[in-house]
Each structure stands twice: as structure tokens, then as C-alpha cells.
Design a protein around this ligand. Structure first.
Ligand SMILES: *Cc1c(COP(=O)(O)O)cnc(C)c1O
Length: 224
């Protein structure tokens, strides 16, 4: 990551360790090396792992949990109770549900949210369209229990990560427009995974989401 950032003349982004399918011991081992931010795709898996962390050597460490998988509104209560960030807010109804459930837990800081934008993947049903971003951003910004932090994208898969570069570039432009409107609180552009993080960093990612390159290949399907 440092080399990619240096080569592109960009700041080094934050690392989100994607721990889906990894057990609490794997999370604890990374946490003991100083990693703080972990990404999970499924609410129930995260709830179980979060509880299991108490019996690891990393018990008591202040970790930051990010939801990076699609969220159904009927799971918004559990998500709002556990996560520090939800990166997959893609519709006003979900923002409203998360806000309501977070507000019911006044001991928790506002929930950090990213707008998931479907930047170029016609096959995916997740993520709002670029045209829907302004209205969704306004809905999030109106909620005291949510904090709008930026944009998350998952471009169309390509064997050649170079082919994702235009999508990353489009995402950066959307992010810059949002930051210009909402100010310095909008500081996070989440893009890039194990096979394409170098390209994402070159195009301005401030957070990359890495699973395989940190933990090795996943041995079972996520959520199972
Ligand atoms: C699984 C996942 C990642 C990590 O992918 P790797 O290729 O294992 O690095 C990143 N982002 C999202 C949304 C994911 O679901």
C-alpha cells in the first residue's frame, strides 16, 4: 500500500481488514499487530465474532467494525447496535431505519455511513445510481445519529485490474463533489480489494478493503 501510494503521489489509505469467514483467533492475531478496522459482510456473523473476541488475547482492544455487505432493512437494528461504520447505505429507507435504531442507543457515537454507489456494475442490484447520490446524501445528513463520511464502490469484476481504473476514477469524482458540498467530514473513499488495490490507491482511495491478501484464501463461503 505504501509503495502504491508513493508511486502515485497519493497519501497512504487506511486499511480495512476484511475478516468475513475468518474466526476470532485470526482477527485477534491481526489486532495484536495493531490493526484496528475490520470489515464483515454479514450481520449475524459479525455479532457472533464480536462476542467471541472477549475470549481472545485481543479482548478489550478498541476495534472498529465496518459492515461492507448488503444490508436488509429488517437487520438494521442489529447493524446499528454493533457496527461503527456501515459502508453499504444505498437507499433512503435504509438510512432512516439505521438512524432510528442508532438514535435509540444514545450511548453510542453517531453511526458512520458511506453511500454505496453502483458505479458501473449492471449485473449488481446493490448500490444506488450516481444520479441518486445527492438525495441520499441529503437524507443521511439530516439524521443526527448518522455521520456521512463518503462513498464506497465495488466495480465490475475484471481479470485485469486496469479495466477497473475508469470506475475508480468516476468514484473519485463523485466523492470529490460530495466532499465539496458537505465539507471535511466527508473524508472516506472506500475502494480497492486484494487484486486491484494498487489501481484504486492510484485513483484516490482513502480506504482499501483487503481480505485474501491479509488472511489467505477464504476456506468457506462467506456467511455459511
Ligand atoms: C470480500 C470483500 C472484500 C475483500 O476481498 P478480497 O479480494 O478478499 O481482498 C472487499 N470488499 C467487499 C465488499 C467484499 O465483500
Amino acid at each position: 500500500m505504501q509503495r502504491a501510494a508513493h508511486d502515485a503521489g497519493r497519501p497512504v489509505p487506511r486499511l480495512l481488514a476484511v475478516s468475513k469467514t475468518q474466526d476470532e483467533t485470526a482477527v485477534a492475531n491481526l489486532a495484536l499487530q495493531g490493526q484496528t478496522a475490520f470489515g464483515e459482510n454479514y450481520v449475524q456473523e459479525a455479532v457472533a465474532k464480536h462476542a467471541a473476541m472477549a475470549s481472545t488475547a485481543a479482548a478489550g482492544r478498541a476495534l472498529e467494525w465496518h459492515l461492507i455487505g448488503h444490508l436488509q432493512s429488517n437487520k438494521a437494528a442489529d447493524a446499528a447496535a454493533l457496527f461503527d461504520w456501515v459502508q453499504t447505505v444505498d437507499r433512503p429507507k435504509l438510512a432512516t431505519a439505521l438512524a432510528r435504531h442508532r438514535a435509540a442507543r444514545p450511548a453510542l457515537a453517531p453511526l458512520n455511513v458511506l453511500i454505496q454507489v453502483n458505479i458501473d456494475d449492471e449485473a449488481s442490484k446493490h448500490g444506488c445510481s450516481p444520479a441518486e447520490v445527492p438525495a441520499l446524501a441529503a437524507a443521511i445528513a439530516a439524521e443526527a445519529s448518522l455521520r456521512l463520511r463518503g462513498v464506497m464502490v465495488i466495480p465490475t469484476p475484471h481479470a485485469d485490474p486496469e479495466l477497473r481504473r475508469p470506475a475508480f476514477r468516476d468514484a473519485k469524482a463523485l466523492f470529490d463533489a460530495l466532499a465539496a458540498q458537505y465539507g471535511a467530514a466527508v473524508d472516506t473513499l472506500s475502494m480497492g480489494m486484494s487484486d486491484d488495490y494498487r489501481v484504486a490507491i492510484a485513483e484516490g482511495a482513502t480506504m482499501v478493503r483487503i481480505g485474501t491478501a491479509l488472511f489467505g484464501a477464504r476456506v468457506r463461503a462467506a456467511g455459511v
